[in-house]
Design a protein around this ligand. Structure first.
Ligand code: PLP
Length: 438
């Protein structure tokens, strides 16, 4: 309850503070800081006073789109892989990188400790956990590997995986098994689940007395299926099984509240749906688990003996020299999210994804991803029995939509996409129907 209240308070305060954001954006866009040629896209209009309580109509979402510098000719719809950052975040990275290059003394860089802590506080509040439970790492890959290398397991112990996990939460466990003799088992779910129960039952059936870890993915990058994490945690925790969740496709897309989900650890990348700086990510480890998880890397800042000097999950970000500008810009990204709202973001993405999926089904395409928002997120995939490579290339070159070929034809609309972008993606698929269906 305490966490919920502090999450709410932080989000309100951030939203109020974020009103100043567009002033900084228009300063950059007008070139006053000598940032080079003017952008090819419209300058971000001032974010009007009171915008955060204004109704989230299409005009409001156009204002959000204008915070990004991509052109209408090359529209990103591949958030599952990489997202553009809003101008405020890109400007912050640039500004702080220049600052370090102008004066890289310890004296000048001392401020970054505080800025990184601000980033941690912003991220933690939005995820509904304590800042001491958050490590700011480099990406989901690193965070997943910290868990599968760091959890204390012995020969004979069993780890249960979803067979749709990313290699860093899948093959990485096989490498661990080859080294330490643990057993790795993979669980499949129905290709077209009709309900959350269809996704719960196969995992519960796989748990045994030897199961120590259940390692999942919140939203799959290869099917778009969203697992009912809270229910799976409720099944595993009473049996003493720890649950790790790869949130690469949920952080920044869904209104994730880790306190409510109840998992032991959670990993994600800032450069995906979170729209943050590149090569930044989070690893959450629940307070009581932190002492039990070994770090992957020990570097200066850790301390002088086996006990870390740093507090809580900071021990997982002991990585030597970091990109301080990037770490600070994670906090700028948290401000940007607070300006939109977590629930509002999830609702908008669900709306765009539904528009997209309905449009594709009307064309006779077969969805890999469930239509129901409760069983999916922003990752939308259709089957491609035809020529996937040509379809993707032509969708980009002839229709200006950048998707991916993961799991079929994958399109991931986000808050920077408009209804027109989604309609254009559907029109593109219609024009390429023969190529896609073969
Ligand atoms: C589910 C999932 N986990 C992990 C990753 C790895 O992310 P990163 O390359 O940012 O570490 C991805 C990348 O697509 C992913 O989809």
């Amino acid at each position: 309850m305490k966490r919920q209240a502090s999450r709410r308070r932080f989000l309100t305060e951030m939203a109020a503070g974020a009103v100043v954001l567009p002033a900084a954006l228009s300063r950059t866009a007008s070139g006053q800081d000598g940032a080079g040629p003017p952008p090819a896209t419209p300058v971000a209009p001032p974010w009007p006073h009171g915008a955060f309580s204004a109704p989230r109509d299409e005009t409001w979402w156009e204002m959000v789109r204008a915070q990004f510098s991509f052109t209408e000719e090359r529209v990103p719809m591949n958030a599952a892989n990489l997202c553009p950052s809003p101008r405020s975040v890109a400007a912050r990275v640039e500004e702080l990188t220049r600052d370090i290059d102008r004066d890289c003394s310890f004296n000048n860089r001392a401020k970054f400790r505080g800025l990184t802590e601000q980033s941690r506080t912003g991220v933690a509040a939005q995820l509904g956990v304590s800042p001491d439970e958050i490590a700011i790492v480099r990406n989901t890959s690193e965070a997943n590997n910290t868990i599968n290398n760091g959890v204390d397991l012995r020969a004979g112990d069993e780890v249960i995986l979803w067979d749709q996990n990313h290699p860093t939460n899948n093959v990485a466990w096989d490498v661990r098994a080859a080294r330490f003799g643990i057993t790795v088992k993979r669980v499949s779910v129905p290709r077209h689940p009709a309900s959350a129960q269809d996704l719960i039952d196969p995992f519960v059936a796989a748990l045994t007395d030897r199961t120590r870890v259940l390692s999942l993915t919140h939203v799959s990058n290869v099917s778009g299926i969203r697992l009912p994490v809270r229910e799976l945690v409720e099944a595993a925790r009473p049996r003493g099984i720890q649950v790790h969740v790869d949130g690469a496709q949920s952080w920044g897309a869904l209104d994730v509240d880790l306190g409510a989900l109840g998992c032991d650890s959670y990993s994600a990348s800032a450069h995906k749906w979170y729209m943050g700086p590149k090569e930044a990510g989070v690893l959450f480890v629940r307070e009581d688990r932190i002492p039990e998880v070994w770090p992957n890397i020990v570097a200066p800042g850790w301390g002088n003996d086996a006990d870390p000097d740093v507090t809580g999950a900071r021990k997982f970000e002991s990585l030597g020299q970091r990109d301080d500008a990037c770490l600070a810009a994670v906090g700028t990204t948290a401000e940007f999210h607070a300006g939109i709202g977590g629930a509002e973001t999830e609702e908008r993405i669900a709306g765009l994804a539904t528009q997209l999926k309905e449009g594709l089904v009307e064309l006779g395409m077969t969805l890999v991803t469930p239509m129901e928002p409760g069983l999916s997120g922003g990752v939308c995939i259709i089957e491609v029995p035809g020529d996937r490579g040509t379809a993707l290339r032509r969708l980009y070159e002839e229709h200006g939509i950048a998707g991916a070929g993961t799991g079929g034809l994958r399109l991931c609309p986000h808050v920077y996409n408009t209804r027109e972008h989604v309609a254009r993606a559907v029109e593109g698929v219609k024009a390429l129907r023969g190529v896609i269906l073969g």
